[in-house]
Design a protein around this ligand. Structure first.
Ligand SMILES: NC(=O)c1ccc[n+]([C@@H]2O[C@H](COP(=O)([O-])OP(=O)(O)OC[C@H]3O[C@@H](n4cnc5c(N)ncnc54)[C@H](OP(=O)(O)O)[C@@H]3O)[C@@H](O)[C@H]2O)c1
Length: 300
């Protein structure tokens, strides 16, 4: 089975490449914008594509004709999306269109990664049946891309996830665990939101769910996240506890006080029973996840 990954330089993309290259019978084609930033270059094929360039997309997809495409690439900085809506639309919506239009003839299984931000956060935790109501440019672009996938006529799975954490070879964007750890170690004060609630998701767990969706040819919408729904500040406190760091640098701040450019849903969290049933999804707890990240830091 040939699986093509978009966004292979990203957090999820890197985890997927490392996972797929260990699997018997899977040929992995990693694609990313610019150079390959994964340290280990063996056991998979790498192609550079800017997904906004339709010619590059058509050329690479038609060269490999994958059985499955796991589309992880996106402009993921929510505030940058709010401030640059055209760039957001180009990278998140047009790119998805380019991919879908490039593979009508051989109909691969499309796996698209979406977000809890499609919901407004007034009635979480959410199931796959709940109605989206996106609050930001980013969230709207992800929902629009979901619809492109759903209406593509291709077999598809959409995996919605949230607050993904982990460590990669060359992470361009930090995440709550690494940011908290690094800041506290440096004795830097951080302001952490105390009125937003999420189910943090270990990147390896999400990569496994993508792999299972691919090999099981699972179709439809799946909510894929950690089971525990906790406040962002409680995640930061857990990091401080695990690494024995001083909590005095963590300062609670409300969403209203922080006043970020993009509006965020206050309380999401997912009901993950469909993913447990149909993908065999069994995520780690946050405490286990932090310990796994710690082991990975120590072996880098
Ligand atoms: N991380 C989370 O907390 C979270 C939560 C919910 C949903 N998601 C979704 O999960 C997916 C994976 O997230 P992630 O955490 O792995 O994100 P990430 O680390 O930011 O990686 C996204 C990757 O997409 C690439 N990309 C963006 N535009 C591109 C383009 N035009 N052509 C080719 N590549 C492009 C980026 O390339 P560069 O490295 O060159 O910038 C980046 O490597 C995304 O679709 C995101 O919306 C993530």
């Amino acid at each position: 089975m040939k699986i093509l990954i978009t966004g292979s330089n990203g957090l999820l993309g890197q985890k997927l490449v490392y996972l797929l290259k260990t699997k018997q019978g899977i040929e992995c084609i990693a694609t990313a914008r610019g150079e390959n930033r994964i340290k280990d270059k063996k056991g998979y094929v790498f192609e550079s594509i800017d997904l906004t360039n339709v010619n590059e997309v058509v050329e690479v997809i038609n060269k490999h004709k994958p059985d499955c495409i796991i589309h992880t690439a996106a402009m993921t900085n929510v505030d940058e999306c709010e401030l640059n809506p055209d760039q957001c639309k180009l990278n998140n919506v047009r790119s998805t269109n380019n991919i879908v239009n490039s593979c009508k003839e051989f109909a691969p299984h499309m796996i698209y990664i979406s977000t809890d931000f499609v919901f407004d956060g007034t009635s979480g935790p959410y199931s796959e049946e709940d109605q989206p109501n996106p609050l930001s440019i980013y969230a709207n672009s992800k929902l629009e891309a979901e619809k492109i996938i759903e209406n593509s006529g291709l077999p598809f799975s959409i995996l919605r996830t949230m607050i993904v954490y982990g460590i990669t070879d060359d992470i361009q964007r930090s995440n709550i665990i690494l940011w908290t750890k690094n800041s506290l170690e440096e004795g830097k004060d951080i302001r952490v939101i105390n009125d937003q609630f999420r189910g943090p998701t270990l990147a390896e767990d999400l990569a496994n769910a993508c792999y299972e969706a691919a090999i099981r040819k699972a179709t439809g919408l799946f909510h894929v996240s950690g089971r525990e729904v906790i406040s962002i500040i409680d995640i930061a406190y857990k990091v401080a506890d695990f690494f024995g760091l001083d909590k005095k640098y963590i300062h609670a701040v409300s969403t209203a006080e922080l006043n970020q450019p993009a509006k965020r849903p206050l309380k999401t969290g997912f009901i993950i029973s469909k993913a447990e049933r149909e993908l065999g999804f069994n995520p780690h707890s946050i405490d286990e996840g932090i310990a796994i990240v710690n082991e990975q830091i120590n072996t880098k």
